[in-house]
Design a protein around this ligand. Structure first.
Ligand SMILES: *Cc1c(COP(=O)(O)O)cnc(C)c1O
Length: 342
């Protein structure tokens, strides 16, 4: 049987998210935190594994609502924010618009669901190009606009004025993906919820030490949460994740300490990279740094040969690599090997 022929047309040309497990000594490719929190796992032995989890994840939702000072009715949980992206596009459909380069899942999921995507390139400073975005909004009337701020992989926040401009122009929903907000010096746009009914937010625990749990949050007006809830699978966040994530949010101080360490290391890494003559570094408000070298694919490969895995971004931006901020030791090891390779 020819399985390819059996596939839906839009799936035939689709390639999934590129996430291979490559064995290496120092893993700095996936924007994970180098710190984990074993003490938060102490009570998972109590979980009755024979029972379904709480379908509403009420406790976790309440902890999240307290953390972001919203009602629990403004929160919907996902198996990672990836699942929330899936739900949003399933619920509202396309066209789905986003600036490029950005997080690849917006496009992958939209295409998997057979929705039209509108990709609008960022300007030279990696900020939103208002001319192009405005033009595309008028012409295509997107149902959803995804803005990752800080943006992955460029590391910068988009300017608030421009995001606000898009919110004002859009007849659809503007999704501000604040996956990297904990590492940013900016206030975040969450307060906009009070004044606009078409702006919604995503947050995640994945970049601050809990990628294994797969817990993401949609923070949105009640009507939006209610709509998305219609497509949500009943037990989409498992019991272990609910338990640990609740404890994590209640012990946020502990997490914040590691976030501060990571930011300090990011700034050091930025300075050290800037000192290497053949490297162009881009400023970052996230837990990773984008930089440019000549022959990024070659540098990527030779680094891997020395035990350091980072991310080759040259398909998105010519000759760029993205390195996740690790522990001080990991960052030193990376810097040492990079200098050797260059
Ligand atoms: C990593 C990342 C996510 C995915 O988060 P999960 O909660 O792990 O699914 C979402 N948005 C951006 C911009 C990311 O970089």
């Amino acid at each position: 049987m020819d399985i390819e022929k059996l596939l839906r047309k839009n799936i035939r040309k689709l390639s999934g998210y590129a996430a291979k497990e490559i064995p290496c000594k120092v893993k700095l490719d996936a924007n994970e935190s180098p710190y984990s929190f074993p003490s938060l796992l102490e009570d998972i032995a109590e979980i009755e594994t024979n029972r379904y989890p709480d379908p509403e994840a009420s406790e976790l939702k309440r902890a999240a609502a307290r953390r972001w000072r919203v009602s629990h009715k403004n929160i919907l949980l996902g198996n990672g924010s990836d699942e929330i992206i899936y739900y949003l596009i399933t619920t509202f459909g396309g066209p789905v618009m986003y600036p490029t380069p950005t997080f690849s899942m917006y496009g992958i999921i939209a295409k998997a669901l057979g929705e039209k995507t509108i990709e609008v390139s960022l300007d030279r400073d990696f900020d939103l190009s208002m001319d192009r975005m405005t033009g595309a909004i008028k012409k295509e009337r997107p149902k959803l606009i995804f803005l990752s701020s800080p943006n992955n992989p460029t590391g910068n926040c988009f300017s608030s004025d421009r995001m606000l401009g898009l919110i004002n122009q859009s007849k659809g929903l503007v999704v501000i993906d604040e996956a990297y907000h904990p590492f940013s010096s900016r206030k975040g746009m969450l307060p906009l919820m009070n004044d606009y009914d078409n702006v919604i937010f995503m947050r995640t625990l994945s970049k601050i030490g809990f990628a294994a749990l797969r817990v993401g949050f949609l923070i949105a007006p009640e009507e939006v949460v209610e709509a998305v809830n219609r497509v949500r699978l009943p037990f989409n966040v498992n019991a272990i994740s609910q338990r640990v994530a609740t404890r994590a949010l209640k012990n946020y101080r502990e997490i914040e300490k590691t976030v501060r360490l990571i930011c300090k290391e990011r700034d050091r890494l930025y300075r050290e990279l800037s000192r290497i003559g053949t490297v162009r570094v881009f400023p970052s408000e996230a837990n990773f740094i984008l930089f440019q070298v000549s022959d990024a694919p070659g540098v990527h490969k030779r680094l891997l040969g020395k035990g350091v895995l980072i991310r080759d971004m040259s398909a998105q931006i010519k000759d760029t690599l993205r390195v996740t901020v690790g522990t001080p030791e990991e960052n030193d090891f990376f810097l040492e090997k990079l200098k050797e390779v260059l």
